[in-house]
Ligand binder design. Structure first.
Ligand SMILES: [Zn+2]
Length: 399
């Protein structure tokens, strides 16, 4: 039994890493990555601005572990809680404190995609290293938590990276000894410096299982969603950040970083002059989009539910179909919050319109009809319902 299950898990994880088509839901979530929000997290984490933590206005003066960086840990914990997560504060030693939270997947709750960064630092400010990566983890939580995903997502912020990758090492060892099925790890460390404005995003990989495939997947995200970053794979990549502790345990992991090997490295690195004022903000924004878009696509967003709140939140329209996947025909049900104009379009996975199924006024409530797909090739399709309030997308699989 044990062998059989291992085999099945491996097949599923490899398949999901390969299956990659344009998905309008992924695109809309990439568009939600907000530069003002990213800047706010960086300014709070680097003490440029004061912020309310545990009910009191405070300034995070630094994040240096040996000077005591508990306030930064409390801040990231609080942000994750604000987005409805239940973070674990992992005190693995006297000073060492990781903060992470799991968003449970609907189909594969025991399989995880991780987005992570270290929050500790070596001096005052240290905005690029690594409030930038930490901010992108918090921004991911902001955008992803309202949505259901097929796979579980782990948001993690490591401590003591700067004194030897201590926090991530502890976590990765524990995960491996528990047999945790972490399918991919995206680690962001220094994602905001681009002085030569070439938009190069380095993806550091090595030979650990599925790591090269993960890097290729991120390259494809950049391409499919037409991001402004220019990703370059570095293999063998550096071991000088937290992802390497996951490599050591055999997990697929990459480092997303500015031009570390390419010769445009932040000259203010590890000094108190590493402040948000030296960021290339458009670059920072695109780097966050690339990493967050990759996690969204990997974890596979599922169609929204039919709760009334979700119905209203999604343009007043809710889509469902049964069976799905299907061959031949499926029954599509549409629910409208109020009388409205409805457009219902079937799109291919490449974004081409196959058929306009509905185009005109519909009454509030539930409507059902049968979609006959006998003449369509097998594959993934999207059903997109649009009202005057907004739209909702559902993934259809014809097999
Ligand atoms: Zn760093």
């Amino acid at each position: 039994m044990k062998r059989l299950f291992t085999f099945i898990f491996v097949v599923i994880s490899v398949l999901n890493l390969m299956a990659q088509e344009y998905n309008p839901q992924v695109e809309s979530m990439i568009e939600e990555v907000n530069l003002d929000s990213l800047k706010m997290f960086v300014r709070n984490l680097t003490g440029e601005d004061s912020v309310r933590v545990n009910g009191e206005m405070v300034r995070i003066e630094h994040r240096v572990d040996s000077w005591g960086n508990d306030l930064a840990a409390e801040y990231v914990q609080q942000v994750l809680e604000e987005y409805g997560l239940e973070p674990t504060v992992q005190n693995y030693s006297t000073n060492g404190t990781n903060v992470f939270a799991v968003q449970e997947g609907t189909l594969y709750p025991d399989q995880y995609y991780m987005i992570c960064a270290h929050y500790d630092a070596v001096d005052y400010y240290c905005a690029d290293d690594n409030a930038s990566g930490s901010a992108a983890v918090l921004e991911a939580a902001r955008i992803l938590t309202p949505i259901d995903f097929e796979y579980s997502i782990i948001y993690a912020l490591w401590d003591q990276e700067e004194i030897g990758l201590v926090g991530s090492n502890y976590y990765a060892q524990q995960a491996a000894s528990n047999g945790d099925d972490i399918l991919s790890v995206i680690n962001m460390d220094m994602i905001a410096w681009d002085n030569d404005e070439d938009m190069v995003a380095e993806i550091h990989t090595n030979s650990a299982t599925n790591t090269q495939e993960l890097a290729d997947y991120i390259m494809a995200i950049d391409d499919i969603y037409d991001l402004a970053t220019n990703p370059v794979i570095q293999n063998p990549g550096t071991t000088a950040s937290d992802h390497s502790r996951f490599w050591n345990q055999g997990y697929a992991a990459v480092l997303m970083i500015e031009e570390y090997y390419g010769g445009d490295f932040n000259p203010y690195y590890h000094t108190e002059n590493d402040r948000i004022s030296i960021f290339n903000l458009p670059y920072f924004h695109e780097m966050a989009k690339l990493s967050i878009g990759s996690i969204v696509s990997l974890a596979s967003p599922v169609g929204f539910g039919t709760g009334i709140d979700q119905l209203l939140a999604n343009g007043g329209v809710s889509l469902n179909n049964y069976p799905n996947p299907f061959s031949g025909q499926t029954t599509i049900s549409i629910e409208l919050a109020k009388d409205d104009d409805l457009q219902l379009v079937l799109m291919s996975s490449q974004g081409a319109v196959i058929n306009k199924l509905v185009n005109g006024p519909k009454t509030a409530g539930k409507h059902e009809f049968t979609l006959n797909a006998d003449e369509l090739p097998n594959g993934i399709y999207f059903l997109i319902g649009t009202t005057q309030q907004g739209s909702q997308t559902r993934k259809l699989i014809i097999q």
